[in-house]
Write a protein that binds this ligand. Structure first.
Ligand code: FPP
Ligand code: MG
Length: 340
């Protein structure tokens, strides 16, 4: 299950009390008269989330004395939008488990899950609208459009290259690496960029700082997602809160899988991914996961994550020294070293 980072690690310490306020407001969102909606919201908004996005908003908005109420409202909207995307993502991926619990689509079916995601999306928009800033609302809209486009980018091997045709497979894998990075930038990093950018905007930071914060969020987001995709192969079901190898089971070509296949273009997994889209035999999946986690693909993907992490830290250089800026550097280190 996802660990409660806020409680036991340093990057969030400057905003721990604010995060407690965010938690209270998130709990209040599930407090609705509609009995089914109340149940679906409690299932997905319960404990287990890392609350990384609200922490980013709070850190980015914490330098210039902006009223706590406004910072918390923006932080809550970021977590609600993130949660909406997870509910919809679990429908698209047909995922059965998240954060160690059954998904909304599994417990309540796809229709109620779509509507729960829509409700959370609208609730997020209501919180942003309450800030009365068309510029912040514009960035929120940008992030949502990016998320949708990222989700639409196909990330699978197609069967056009004749099986066993090594050069065809290799060139497809190289193109997939670019697609992977574009997808990760849109589906994950855009939301982290939104948190950092809008936090700085709310705090009245000047344009140069706002732009650095947005870029920091983008770089951090790519690093974060690459590590996520490595952990999907190297971690445990207990730590992940979902089965190990979920990406492979869903036929999603993540960076470590792409690198593994680039090094082994004749591997039987290539044919399986090209013809069936995904391995269905659980024993096969366990075997493939074991091979990938023992391979150099993991270190190669980790090195790419570290490059994005370094780029994130460089965005912070030149900003006035503050406890918040230090925490943002720590957050990069946490993102790169986390185990779940
Ligand atoms: C998780 O990816 C999914 C996302 C980070 C973005 C999902 C975005 C959408 C469904 C579109 C926008 C939706 C709304 C409501 C505006 P993953 O499947 O790699 O991660 P996982 O292992 O956590 O499922
Ligand atoms: Mg998913």
């Amino acid at each position: 299950m996802t660990t409660d980072v806020a409680a036991d690690s340093t990057p969030f310490s400057p905003v721990l009390s604010e995060l407690a306020g965010v938690e209270g407001r998130l709990n209040a969102v599930s407090d609705v008269d509609h009995p089914i909606l109340g149940q679906t919201l409690r299932l997905i908004l319960g404990p287990g989330g890392k609350r990384l996005r609200p922490a980013l908003v709070l850190l980015a908005s914490g330098c210039n004395g902006t009223p706590l109420d406004r910072r918390e409202r923006l932080a809550v909207s970021a977590e609600l939008l993130h949660t909406a995307t997870l509910v919809h993502d679990d429908i698209l991926d047909e995922s059965a488990a998240r954060r160690g619990r059954a998904t909304v689509n599994t417990v309540f079916g796809n229709s109620l899950a779509v509507l729960t995601g829509d409700y959370l999306f609208a609730k997020a928009a209501e919180f942003v609208a309450s800030l009365d800033s068309p510029a912040i609302m514009g960035v929120f809209a940008w992030a949502v459009m990016e998320l949708c486009q990222g989700e639409m980018l196909p990330l699978s091997l197609n069967g056009d290259s004749a099986s066993g045709h090594t050069s065809g497979v290799t060139s497809q894998l190289r193109r997939l690496e670019d697609t992977y990075l574009a997808k990760v930038r849109s589906k994950t990093a855009s939301l982290l960029a939104m948190c950092c950018q809008t936090g700085a905007m709310l705090d009245g930071a000047d344009d140069a700082v706002v732009s650095r914060m947005r870029q920091y969020g983008l770089e951090l987001g790519v690093a974060f997602q690459i590590i996520d995709d490595i952990l999907d192969l190297t971690s445990t079901e207990e730590a992940l809160g979902k089965p190990v190898g979920s990406d492979l089971l869903q036929g999603t070509m993540t960076l470590p899988i792409i690198y593994f296949l680039e090094a082994h273009p004749q591997h039987p997994l290539v044919d399986i991914l090209m013809t069936d889209g995904t391995p269905t035999d659980e024993h096969d999946v366990r075997q493939f996961v074991a091979e990938i986690r023992e391979s150099e693909a993991i270190d190669r993907a980790r090195a790419v994550a570290f490059r994005f992490g370094d780029a994130a830290i460089r965005c912070l250089e030149g900003l006035p020294a503050s406890q918040q800026a230090e925490a943002l550097v720590e957050l990069v280190r946490y993102a790169l070293s986390r185990q779940s």
